[in-house]
Structure formats: C-alpha cells, structure tokens
Design a protein around this ligand. Structure first.
Ligand SMILES: *Cc1c(COP(=O)(O)O)cnc(C)c1O
Length: 381
C-alpha cells in the first residue's frame, strides 16, 4: 500500500490569498505601495503597538534594527546559541561580536542569569529569541537591559501573536522582529516586519529599508508623488512589496485561528506523550501564551538521527531546531567558539526532534504521527 507522507511544515493558503494577489497584480502596483502600508497598519493594530515597518525578511528586520540603534564595529551583542543563522549573522554584518549566552533547560530560551555573566563594557544590546513561539523571560531581560543601559531587539520569528503578561509580543523590546517565511506561523511568501513604540526609531527604519531616501520616496512613482528625493544616508533595499502584503493581509485575519489550532494540536501531542518515559515534552511557562511555531520533543533513550530516519520510513517528516551557532565553522573560526562552550544548548540539540505541526494538519495526521512514534520506540533494541 502506498504510504501518505506527512510533511514537516506547510503554509495554510486559501482563496482569500489568491484573490488578493490577483487584485494586486491587476492594480498594476507590484512593489511597496498602498497594500504594504495597509498591512503595516493592520499588524500594528493586531499587536497593539504604535509602529510597524514591513521588510523583505526577519533577517532584514534584525539587521535594520541593529543599524537603526547604531550598533557597530567593536560592540558586543548578547544572544542565544540556540537559534537560526540569521540572528547571529546580522550581528557580524554590522561588525559587532555575537556574544552567546546559554539557554534554560526547560524552555530552551536564553537564560537571564547567563546574560548577566556575559555583560562587559562593550555590550550594547540583547537579542532574545522566543524559541518555538514561547516568550523569553522578558521581565528579567528588561530589568537587565535597564540596569546596564542596553537595547533589547527581540527575534520573534516564531512568536507572532504570542503573549507575555497578557500583552502581545511586539510591545516590549526597543524593536521586535517577525518573520513571514512560509514555514512560520503566518506567511507573505518571504517577508518580515519590525514593531516599535518609538517614532524616531520607526522613521529611521523606514528610511534605511529603502536606500536611505527621504520620507515616502516610494510615492515618487504614484500620481500624488514627486520625482524629487534626497539620499539622507546609505541605506539598504529591504522593502516589502504589495504582492507580499496581499498574502499577509488575509493571513493576519486567520492568525488567531492558526494559533488556536496549533495550541490544540500541541495539547493532543502533550496528552499522548506526557507520561512516555522516553520523551520530554515542551514545557509551557505560566504567564505567557505559547504559539507553538514548533513542537520540540527531547529523546531521552533513543538516538535522534536514527529516530528521524525511522519516522521518515513511516512517512513522517521531522526536523531539528537548532544546530547551535557555536558548533558552526564560521562561528568557531571567526569568534573562537568551540564544542563544550554552551552545554545546555548542546544537550538539547543532541536530543531534539521537531514534530510536524501546522494548521492544515488533521487530528488523524496527529494520531498517525503518535502511532509511528510508539512503533519506532518499541523497536528500540
Ligand atoms: C526563520 C528565522 C529567522 C529568519 O527569518 P527570515 O524571514 O527567513 O529572514 C530568524 N530567526 C529565527 C529564530 C528563525 O527561525
């Protein structure tokens, strides 16, 4: 019998997105324009923040945040080793040093005590990563930042719609960066956004996302715009386009349902795996809304790589998040990191498997994943 494959991640797209894209194509306005501005307004309202600046990726959002906050050569920025390439690479892009601080063993988020240990006279900012969609210890992190006069730039690639102390992520840090990559909790194809309460930071971000041109330079192509612009500083080409915003607008309307569905499916996994002696299920800390971008389990008794291989043979695609930054050649060669530097991140990495989780996954699919896990673990000799 032909086995159906359950993919690891899938975006949820329906007719609403298709119709918006067609309307946008027919409007003739394909690059950044009125749709992007509308998407920014809707997103700001959803988050409950004053300003949102849409860009072409979360990587660009993080990079522009560092530039807008004037972090540069010789500075140090503290972040988690347990993250994607983007978080560390952008620190290197501005010439600063990515200073890694180990994670907590329950949430896999950066440990505030480890942040404290790594602060020096060169530290300028902290980039906490809300791993898997669970907010970091923001109260502790904000206290550290205030005491040491540091910026907080949140990597919220996993955490759109997540809450901390009953407020949405995006209302805490100096800037908060979101990703709309297809596997993330909502998508624009590729895309990202920066949320901030600070009007001056927002103005600078808007300028440097488009070559450093004077205000609203994109309007120069419209009927109301003027041909005149000034290059006020040397910026980047990081703008979102209206085609991307056309996907984002209906996605945002579905976001609460996406989150509810992810949380419901995660609780099915939780209930089935909680008492399994071979598996550690993800912890949910009180006082925060976890949006389950990922469902990461730890394998206590079974080799991770073999588990993933056997699951694939059952037609279930799993993944691993993340290979810690300090284990990559670039980070070792450039910054002198080595295996053993961050034992918690390494231990979680060695045992971690991310199970399929997305709004289009049916309850039957989840049952199939659970049956396959039992089967794979039963044959552990
Ligand atoms: C996906 C991801 C990013 C990068 O997002 P892009 O939109 O692809 O640039 C950054 N940080 C983390 C933790 C991610 O998972």
């Amino acid at each position: 019998m032909e086995k159906t494959t359950i993919p690891f991640a899938l975006p949820f797209i329906d007719d609403e997105e298709v119709e918006e894209i067609v309307k946008t194509v027919r409007s003739g306005w394909l690059t950044m324009g009125p749709k992007t501005v509308f998407f920014e307004e809707e997103l700001a309202q959803y988050i409950g923040v004053k300003h949102v600046v849409a860009v072409n990726s979360c990587t660009a959002a993080l990079h522009l945040s560092l530039i807008a906050l004037r972090i540069e050569k010789g500075d140090e920025v503290i972040t988690s080793p347990y993250t994607f390439a983007a978080t560390g690479n952008v620190i290197a892009h501005v010439g600063a040093r990515p200073v890694l601080a180990d994670i907590e063993c329950d949430t896999y988020n950066i440990d505030p005590e480890q942040i404290m240990e790594h602060i020096t006279s060169k530290t300028r900012a902290i980039i906490p990563v809300h791993f898997a969609g669970q907010p970091c210890d923001l109260k502790e992190i904000q206290e550290i930042a205030e005491d040491h006069n540091l910026w907080v730039i949140e990597d919220a690639a996993h955490a759109i719609g997540a809450e901390y102390a009953h407020k949405r992520i995006g209302t805490f840090g100096d800037t908060t960066c979101f990703s709309f990559y297809p596997t993330k909790n909502m998508t624009t194809g590729e895309g990202g956004a920066i949320a901030t309460e600070d009007g001056k930071i927002a103005d600078r971000l808007r300028k440097i996302r488009l070559h450093g041109l004077s205000k609203d330079a994109w309007k120069r192509y419209s009927a109301v715009g003027s041909w005149y612009y000034e290059i006020e500083e040397c910026g980047w080409k990081y703008n979102m386009t209206d085609l991307q915003a056309a996907i984002g607008i209906p996605q945002l309307k579905k976001l609460d349902w996406f989150i509810e569905t992810r949380r419901r499916l995660a609780s099915i996994y939780d209930n089935a795996l909680r008492s399994n002696k071979d598996i550690v299920i993800p912890a949910e800390k009180p006082g925060r809304l976890h949006v389950y971008h990922l469902y990461p389990i730890l394998l206590k008794t079974f080799y991770r790589d073999i588990f993933i291989q056997k699951m694939a043979q059952c037609g279930i695609n799993c993944s691993v998040h993340f290979i810690p930054l300090h284990l990559h050649p670039y980070y070792q060669e450039t910054f002198g990191y080595k295996p053993g530097d961050f034992p918690n991140a390494e231990q979680v990495y060695e045992q971690e498997v991310s199970l399929p989780l997305y709004p289009g996954l049916s309850d039957e699919n989840v049952e199939t994943v659970l049956r396959s896990i039992e089967e794979v673990l039963r044959n552990n000799e």
